[in-house]
Ligand binder design. Structure first.
Ligand SMILES: [Zn+2]
Length: 204
C-alpha cells in the first residue's frame, strides 16, 4: 500500500510566510497531480501554541536562528510560525486536501519541538501517525512537503526507523538551507531510505 505524506504545506512555510521556504510553492502543483496515484494520502500540520519554546520571541535576548536548549535538546530558535488558529498555520488553499484521510498535528507541546510527523524531537511522545499507518496496512511511504532539511527529513528518518519503506520525492520538497539538506539526504540514504524525483517512482 503506497501512501503519500504531505508535510507542513502551510502558509508560514511558503514564500511570504514567517518561515517561508524559497520556491516552496513550486511543489504544490506536482503534489496535486500525484495524489490520485496513491492508495492513501495523509498530511501533517505544524500547530504551535503562541508560547511555544521554539520561538525566539519567547526567550529573553534571543533572535531567530540562534540556538538554545529546549526539552534538554539543542534547539534552533525560529521566528513565530504556525500559531494555532492563525492564517500562517493554515494549509495553502492551492493544495488539494480532498484525498487526505488524516491530518496529524504536531508541535503542540510548548516545551518541545516536533520536526517529524511521527514523534517530538525527544521521541517522548508519538503523534499517532505511525500506528495509524500500520493500522491501515501501509508498507511504503512517499514524502513531500516543507522544509526538506527539517520536517520532511526527520519525518523520513522516523519512517525508516518504524520499518516503512521510505522514499522522499526530491522534486516535491525544498530546503531552508541547501547544505543542511545535503547532510540530511546522506543520513536518509545511510539509514536505508531513498530520494527520488516523482517521475522515477514505481507505484506497482
Ligand atoms: Zn514549528
Amino acid at each position: 500500500m503506497n501512501t503519500l505524506i504531505l508535510v507542513d504545506i502551510q502558509y508560514d512555510f511558503l514564500p511570504g510566510g514567517a518561515l517561508g521556504v524559497e520556491n516552496g510553492d513550486k511543489i504544490i502543483p506536482v503534489l496535486n497531480s500525484l495524489q490520485n496515484k496513491f492508495d492513501l494520502v495523509v498530511a501533517t500540520q505544524d500547530w504551535h501554541p503562541k508560547d511555544h519554546g521554539s520561538f525566539a520571541s519567547n526567550h529573553k535576548n534571543k533572535k531567530p536562528f540562534e540556538e538554545t536548549k529546549l526539552g534538554g535538546l539543542d534547539q534552533i530558535l525560529w521566528p513565530d510560525h504556525c500559531i494555532q488558529g492563525r492564517k500562517g498555520a493554515e494549509f495553502s488553499s492551492e493544495l488539494n486536501l480532498h484525498k487526505a484521510e488524516a491530518i496529524i498535528r504536531k508541535g503542540t507541546d510548548p516545551k518541545i519541538d516536533s520536526y517529524s510527523g511521527f514523534f517530538d524531537n525527544g521521541k517522548k511522545k508519538a503523534t499517532g501517525l505511525g500506528d495509524y499507518l500500520k493500522g491501515r496496512g501501509v508498507s511504503r511511504v512517499f514524502i513531500g512537503g516543507l522544509a526538506a532539511d527539517f520536517c520532511v527529513g526527520f519525518t523520513a528518518l522516523d519512517a525508516i526507523e518504524l520499518g516503512f519503506e521510505t522514499i522522499v520525492l526530491e522534486d516535491c520538497t525544498r530546503p531552508i538551507d541547501m547544505e543542511g539538506w545535503e547532510k540530511m539526504k546522506d543520513s536518509i540514504r545511510t539509514k536505508g531510505g531513498k530520494i527520488l524525483p516523482s517521475t522515477e517512482i514505481n507505484l506497482k
